[in-house]
Design a protein around this ligand. Structure first.
Ligand SMILES: [Zn+2]
Length: 541
């Protein structure tokens, strides 16, 4: 983290950055515990420090927002204290793949903090604020329960320069896009993201991306990609992503790694082998995943990309032209067939603004309701009706748990929710937004024993911290920011389900951000101690 020295920065963000610089300073010498007066002491817990080391019994002393001492600390040495006997004390979880771009409007971020998340990265899948400096400043001014950082998104930049055009940029358009990526990075973005299954990123060729990712590599940022394809062309997509990082010297983050087509189930072995081969060549490539066999995305993603060019008027014109709609429908069916799917019954409506009564229904159920029939053709007709009304966000059930588990066991895959800041009770969102980390610790660690507890914690803390260069976070050690989660390994778990997604995680009684409780005794406090993590990788180069 380095101070951002742009002339547009306000005092508010400068203050935050100064505070960050202080936090990221070298660990101070440990004072003898008996003479130290801490702001807070967490007594008697099992410390899992984020490095992958096994739990060890220790007290944790916190002063001025950071960890001051870990070891034996006498009772009474803290102005405040909690008893963590029988509980795990770990670094706060870092969620590097979120869509929490609206956090300034929803600063409590309850779905995140209640599952132990203390730092988030927004701006993923190619979609971010265009003015990164302004976005960071909004968070700095509004405050937030979690620390916030963001990537600059390709779709956002491309849309600003060339709308949703399905073509190669001109040289001047390319230069404008490069300028916007450069500005985003100098204003504090931690890297650049693509969303190559979405309009307009889906219209870009590798050579366009190469020019933009080169800017990221030069700036020392992360290149995070929602790849072109996560099923039928999974290996080609991973190869493209790795090549972009390798040729531009960027650190690569493969977003929400999965195999999203029944026809390709098992391909995770090949995907992970490609990552291993690249790492052996010296490429820094890592991935993140959410611990579910369903994804969440737009309804539009099921349509051929050419059908979505332009704005809603052009989309509407195509859908209302009988011959064009027939062609679109044929291609939709073919795209599904390639994936081993015969209709849209694997798709469930998450949020449909035009008619919220459809939220939570499968497309089979939606077809029955809207068309009076539920066969494949009626489902496509229902999808057309919904696209004419502006589209919807969906939950897609199309992965295998064998792939989820194989990906989870890989040492360079971390955990991230892919979630937004959720409003309790609104819509039928994917439950990962409330449960991802808790589900890993409950279902995959305790119940199924897929990975050990300390390895799961490492994948939620030091692994993402190192990749995104959050140098003062991700480990529980003296001198580090006191982002801490205290949970019960015997009861931690996800309560949110696809049927009832609005339920907070269980077994996580305390969460601290910069030394301040955001969750205490299982209830969220009103505190907003999170800071805007502005990163300027160019500084000092
Ligand atoms: Zn994505």
């Amino acid at each position: 983290m380095h101070p951002v020295t742009g002339s547009t920065r306000s005092t508010a963000i400068a203050v935050v950055i100064a505070a960050l610089a202080a936090v990221s300073g070298a660990a101070r010498a440990q004072s003898p515990a008996q003479t130290t007066k801490f702001d807070l002491v967490i007594h008697g817990g099992q410390v899992v420090d984020g490095t992958g080391a096994p739990p060890r019994r220790a007290d944790v002393g916190i002063t001025k927002g950071r960890v001051e001492a870990i070891g034996k600390i006498p009772q009474g040495a803290g102005a405040d204290s909690i008893d963590a006997t029988g509980l795990i004390v770990a670094p706060g979880f870092i969620d590097v793949h979120t869509h929490a771009d609206e956090i300034a409007d929803h600063p409590a971020a309850g779905n995140f903090v209640r599952m132990g998340v203390t730092t988030i990265v927004a701006g993923n899948c190619g979609s971010s604020a265009l003015d990164i400096g302004k976005a960071l400043e909004a968070v700095a001014q509004a405050g937030a329960a979690v620390n916030f950082s963001t990537l600059i998104g390709h779709n956002t930049v491309r849309r600003a320069v060339m709308g949703t055009a399905d073509r190669t940029p001109t040289i001047s358009e390319l230069n404008r896009m490069k300028g916007l990526v450069w500005k985003g990075l100098t204003d504090g973005a931690v890297g650049f993201s693509t969303g190559l299954q979405y309009v307009p990123g889906t219209y870009s060729k590798t050579f366009e991306l190469m020019e933009l990712v080169r800017v990221v590599g030069n700036a020392g940022g992360v290149y995070a990609s929602h790849m072109r394809n996560e099923g039928t062309a999974l290996e080609e997509s991973i190869s493209e992503t790795i090549r972009l990082g390798e040729l531009t010297d960027s650190r690569v983050q493969i977003s929400h790694l999965k195999v999203d087509s029944p026809s390709r189930w098992g391909a995770s072995a090949k995907a992970l082998a490609l990552i291993d081969e690249a790492r052996a060549r010296g490429v820094t490539v890592e991935a993140d995943q959410y611990a579910y066999t369903a994804a969440s995305s737009t309804l539009g993603i099921r349509f051929p990309a050419w059908a979505l060019e332009g704005g809603q008027p052009q989309i509407t014109a195509r859908l209302n032209d009988a011959a064009t709609w027939a062609k679109i429908k044929t291609e939709m069916a073919a795209l599904l067939a390639e994936r081993g799917l015969k209709d849209l019954s694997f798709a469930v409506v998450a949020s449909y603004r035009a008619d919220p009564s459809l939220n939570g229904l499968s497309m089979k159920q939606v077809a029955a309701k809207l068309q009076g029939a539920d066969a494949a053709d009626a489902q496509f007709e229902a999808a057309r009706t919904m696209m004419l009304a502006g589209g919807a966000s969906m939950v897609y059930h199309f992965m295998s748990d064998d792939d989820v588990q194989r990906i989870m066991k890989h040492p360079h895959v971390g955990f991230a929710s892919d979630a937004s800041v959720l409003t309790f009770g609104e819509g039928a969102p994917h439950p990962r937004g409330y449960g991802n980390n808790a589900r890993v610790l409950g279902e995959y660690v305790r119940v199924r024993k897929v990975i050990p507890l300390e390895e799961a914690v490492r994948k939620m803390t030091s692994l993402p911290a190192d990749q995104f260069r959050f140098t003062s976070r991700g480990r529980l050690a003296p001198g580090k920011a006191a982002d801490i989660v205290v949970f019960d390994a015997a009861t931690v778990g996800d309560a949110a389900t696809f049927e009832k997604p609005h339920a907070y995680a269980r077994g996580i009684p305390h969460v601290l951000v910069n030394g301040v409780f955001v969750v205490r005794d299982g209830s969220q406090t009103s505190a907003k101690p999170g800071v805007a993590l502005a990163s300027n990788p160019l500084a000092g180069r």
